[in-house]
Write a protein that binds this ligand. Structure first.
Ligand code: TRP
Length: 342
């Protein structure tokens, strides 16, 4: 992007402040954020209200996670000079838009959201518990996400594959809103996925904080080595002298595809001729991952020692984001005929 040139399309994305980010976040979403911030006008939201939909009982913990997530983003290269980084709850217009959109959203649309069913399973042990834990706010999760996107009239939304159904929901709401009020005000937002296949955690399941199988960007080298050593390999390889099978190797081999394409032929040859054992292979992989994360970790430590600067970045982003959302809400009230009393 050359100075002064205009970025036409807007993109918007967000992450819930529920803990430090891991490699799955990096390869599933952040990689696209980094690429797109050069091309598009970018809004990146720390969605604390979304965190509240499941963490309302420990709401006071969200504040510290907001700092952590901002540190993770910036240390990966999200550039506050180009992108707007802000906290969702600093933009009350998003809550107003959520309310207005909730009026036009049919009840069965929120009830049929597949991710809601997963969340219910995670939150509640049985049906009686679900009655209490699954709140009205959680049911509105996709409506709030739609408001996040539409408040900025974003057309592209770089997210992980798991968010696909939410984006479909957002497009349905856009069509319904435009249809009901006879306008073409909102454009249906499209998701943008990264090309990296879903990253597996050390146990072979999808990498996720709640599964405890993740490698955090901010982990130490030693933590990383320890976790990589726990990775499930080829379950059929019993003795060190047995030849390995990369096609049966559950975690390290797919990780090599992501981190070290350049040496994968060599790794395959060494594994399948039993020149190296799984431990050797994992120690090497851990070294590669630590090398990859070294500059990110270094930058994170620097930024962490200057909280004042971090606060200013977020405050600046909040003010900038709010202006855009205010304009959208002025338009929406006008479209719906609600501007009389403002
Ligand atoms: N639901 C998203 C997630 O869990 C977070 C999110 C909230 C979001 N609002 C958004 C992502 C708006 C993109 C756009 O990861």
């Amino acid at each position: 992007m050359t100075a002064g040139s205009q970025k036409v399309k807007r993109i918007m994305s967000g992450m819930r402040p529920t803990g430090r980010l891991h490699l799955g976040h990096y390869f599933g979403a952040l990689l696209n954020w980094l690429e797109f911030q050069d091309k598009y006008e970018s809004y990146f939201s720390i969605v604390d209200w979304h965190a509240l939909t499941t963490k309302y009982q420990s709401s006071r913990e969200i504040e510290s996670h907001i700092w952590e997530i901002a540190l993770d983003w910036l240390s990966c290269g999200i550039d506050p000079g180009q992108s707007t980084i802000y906290v969702q709850s600093a933009i009350p217009e998003i809550a107003e838009l959520h309310l207005l959109l909730s009026m036009v959203t049919p009840q069965n649309w929120v009830e049929r959201e597949p991710t809601l069913k997963d969340m219910v399973k995670m939150l509640a042990a049985d049906e009686t518990e679900a009655h209490e834990k699954v709140t009205y706010g959680l049911l509105g999760y996709p409506v709030l996400m739609t408001a996040d996107i539409l408040a900025f009239k974003a057309e592209l939304v770089p997210v992980g594959k798991d968010q696909e159904s939410h984006l479909e929901f957002a497009r349905d709401v856009v069509r319904r809103f435009n249809h009901i009020y006879g306008v073409e005000y909102f454009a249906p937002p499209s998701p943008k996925f990264t090309s990296t296949p879903l990253l597996k955690g050390v146990d072979g399941q999808k990498m996720g904080k709640s599964y405890g199988n993740d490698i955090k960007l901010a982990d130490t080298d030693a933590d990383t080595i320890k976790k990589v050593k726990q990775m499930i390999t080829d379950r059929t390889r019993i003795a060190r002298s047995d030849p390995g099978h990369t096609d049966l190797c559950e975690v390290p081999w797919p990780m090599y595809q992501v981190f070290a394409q350049d040496i994968k032929d060599q790794v395959k040859a060494e594994c399948e001729s039993a020149q190296i054992g799984c431990v050797d292979c994992k120690v090497r992989l851990a070294g590669i991952i630590n090398e990859f994360l070294r500059p990110i970790r270094q930058k994170r430590n620097e930024l962490d020692s200057d909280r004042d600067r971090l606060r200013k970045i977020i405050e600046h982003g909040n003010a900038k984001a709010r202006k855009v959302a205010q304009q959208t809400l002025t338009d929406v009230r006008e479209i719906m005929g609600l501007s009389r009393w403002y």
